[in-house]
Design a protein around this ligand. Structure first.
Ligand SMILES: *[C@@H]1O[C@H](CO)[C@@H](O)[C@H](O)[C@H]1NC(C)=O
Ligand SMILES: *[C@@H]1O[C@H](CO)[C@@H](O)[C@H](O)[C@H]1NC(C)=O
Ligand SMILES: *[C@@H]1O[C@H](CO)[C@@H](O)[C@H](O)[C@H]1NC(C)=O
Ligand SMILES: *[C@@H]1O[C@H](CO)[C@@H](O)[C@H](O)[C@H]1NC(C)=O
Ligand SMILES: *[C@@H]1O[C@H](CO)[C@@H](O)[C@H](O)[C@H]1NC(C)=O
Length: 477
């Protein structure tokens, strides 16, 4: 059976193996409570529209796709007797779904009071300007803390599974895998039947290190690993088959992670993929996938210059700063127009020997963040730390946490075709707007910080909250 769910003009189709467990999945779109058009990130919408319409979820059963019905017939005859849902499993699912329904109702209710002072009574929410809907976010976050449970698969061995890089460019991958798999947080459960989502703790970066043969550009070994891993967990446990992976997630910061995830088409099409390379024109789907911030920590540590940026009234003599190699489609345009062309715009391919990278960020009002080979750039998070307004120069990049954060409250986005006018655009930002953006950066910083141990509202929790939102959008049962 193919279930087509229509909601506010969005149509998704989900293949449900209802014959096996009499379980189906539907999509309910809680993210619309944050913004009607939460995924038109490029347009930086104002929040004035009536956003919190309750979406109408309409289930349309269409004629079964031939191939799907064939495979289902095979599966149901093979497994129906062996793996009939036990009463307890059904009860578990019902209990989980009831909890989620309560969470959805509480979020929907909070969303209508977006500006009310409930979240000002304590300092949890520092600045409401940076959120699409501060009350909805705060409620959703609290519901997550109260309910959300993640099961981490134990299958797989070191070094590729249960570990990941914790320093240099792919830090965010290893730090999340470590915290989720070994950390002492309230979200992990060892009771797989009571989990809302299932985490596959493999590291694509370590696959590249241990399985990839340099210079071959052959990514088949990565895809094979992913394929085998899904085969393993889906044959040993009942959870994958129940939803075709829709309540499962993987996480990777490596540029090739989207390719590796092709190893299993259900993982690619249906599961939650948490990726730094969140390129919407290469299959990244913001409805179900999560954009992961890229953080470059040399030796695993934040540079001391970025730990405490200068006071907000400190003089910043440079208008804008960029230094970096010519990779990908956008940087050649930037460098062609601005490298060595203007004394206010410090644009370099190679930073001069006597100049320090982080000092330059701290001395600049705006930090240019063009995409390189992949859409994400660690400069965005560095700019947030340095309180240097990020200027996003990218195409098809779905910005991290943009279903809850208003990026326009702490960054500037410039269309690639406007690069020749960059100086004019940045000079045109009024002092008042600049100060508001800087205040926004100060407030948003904690969402991009990696802590050990983890702290409320930090990056680990924001990633998890993104997964929680996508799970809220699913109904299993
Ligand atoms: C809510 O707050 C925002 C910014 O703080 C303000 O622009 C808007 O007018 C407020 N809306 C209502 C309904 O009070
Ligand atoms: C899930 O489905 C696959 C075939 O797609 C099958 O090989 C596997 O045994 C099933 N897993 C369980 C636990 O039934
Ligand atoms: C995944 O999506 C692609 C493109 O929509 C489709 O051609 C393919 O059949 C899908 N695969 C599965 C297993 O759903
Ligand atoms: C994003 O994907 C498109 C389509 O494949 C590609 O042309 C573009 O170069 C990608 N962007 C980056 C920065 O890699
Ligand atoms: C960027 O500029 C191009 C050409 O002027 C235009 O077609 C496109 O819609 C613009 N994109 C955005 C997101 O504004």
């Amino acid at each position: 059976m193919v279930i087509v769910v229509k909601s506010g003009g969005v149509t998704s189709s989900v293949v449900a193996l209802s014959a096996i467990f009499a379980t189906s999945i539907a999509i309910v779109f809680v993210m619309v409570y944050f913004s009607n058009k939460a995924h038109e990130f490029r347009s930086f919408k104002s929040d004035s529209e009536a956003e919190f319409k309750i979406p109408i979820v309409e289930l349309v059963t269409t004629a079964a796709h031939t191939r799907n019905s064939e495979s289902r017939a095979v599966l149901s005859s093979e497994f129906s007797s062996k793996l009939k849902p036990t009463v307890t499993r059904r009860e578990n699912i019902n209990k989980l779904e009831q909890g989620l329904a309560r969470a959805r109702a509480a979020i929907r209710n909070a969303a209508t009071m977006r500006n009310q002072s409930l979240f000002n009574k304590n300092d949890d929410i520092l600045s409401s300007a940076i959120y699409r809907n501060p009350a909805a976010f705060y409620q959703s976050y609290k519901e997550m803390e109260k309910r959300f449970k993640v099961y981490v698969y134990q299958e797989g061995e070191l070094p590729i599974v249960h570990d990941g890089p914790c320093k240099d460019i792919y830090t965010s991958e290893g730090r999340f895998i470590h915290e989720m798999d070994h950390g002492n947080n309230r979200f992990r459960t060892s009771n797989a039947g009571a989990a809302h989502v299932y985490f596959m703790p493999f590291s694509v970066t370590w696959m590249v290190r241990y399985l990839y043969r340099p210079n071959t550009y052959n990514l088949t070994p990565l895809k094979d690993f992913v394929s085998d891993y899904v085969k393993l967990i889906s044959s040993k446990h009942p959870f994958w088959n129940r939803t075709q992976g829709a309540d499962h997630f993987m996480l990777s910061c490596h540029d090739w992670a989207p390719h590796a995830s092709h190893g299993n088409e259900f993982l690619y099409n249906t599961s939650i993929r948490v990726l730094c390379n969140a390129n919407s024109s290469e299959g990244f789907n913001p409805q179900k996938d999560v954009s992961l911030p890229e953080i470059h920590l040399y030796g695993g540590k934040v540079n001391p210059k970025l730990i405490s940026p200068p006071p907000s009234n400190a003089f910043r003599p440079y208008l804008a700063f960029f230094a970096g190699g010519i990779h990908g489609p956008i940087r050649p345009i930037l460098l062609q127009h601005w490298k060595g062309k203007d004394s206010d715009l410090h644009v370099y391919e190679y930073l001069p020997k006597n100049q320090d990278y982080y000092d330059s960020m701290i001395l600049s009002k705006f930090c240019l963040c063009p995409s390189g080979w992949e859409v994400a750039s660690p400069r965005i998070v560095e700019a947030i730390y340095a309180e240097c307004i990020p200027v996003i120069l990218s195409d098809h990049y779905v910005l991290p946490f943009s279903d809850v954060l208003r990026w326009e409250a702490f960054s500037i986005q410039v269309n690639i075709s406007e690069i020749p006018r960059l100086k004019e655009i940045l000079m045109g930002v009024s002092e008042g707007k600049y100060m508001r953006l800087k205040k926004g950066l100060r407030a948003v910083r904690r969402h991009f910080v990696l802590n050990q141990p983890v702290k409320r509202f930090d990056m680990f929790h924001m990633i998890l909250h993104s997964v929680w939102l996508r799970r809220l959008n699913l109904r299993v049962g």
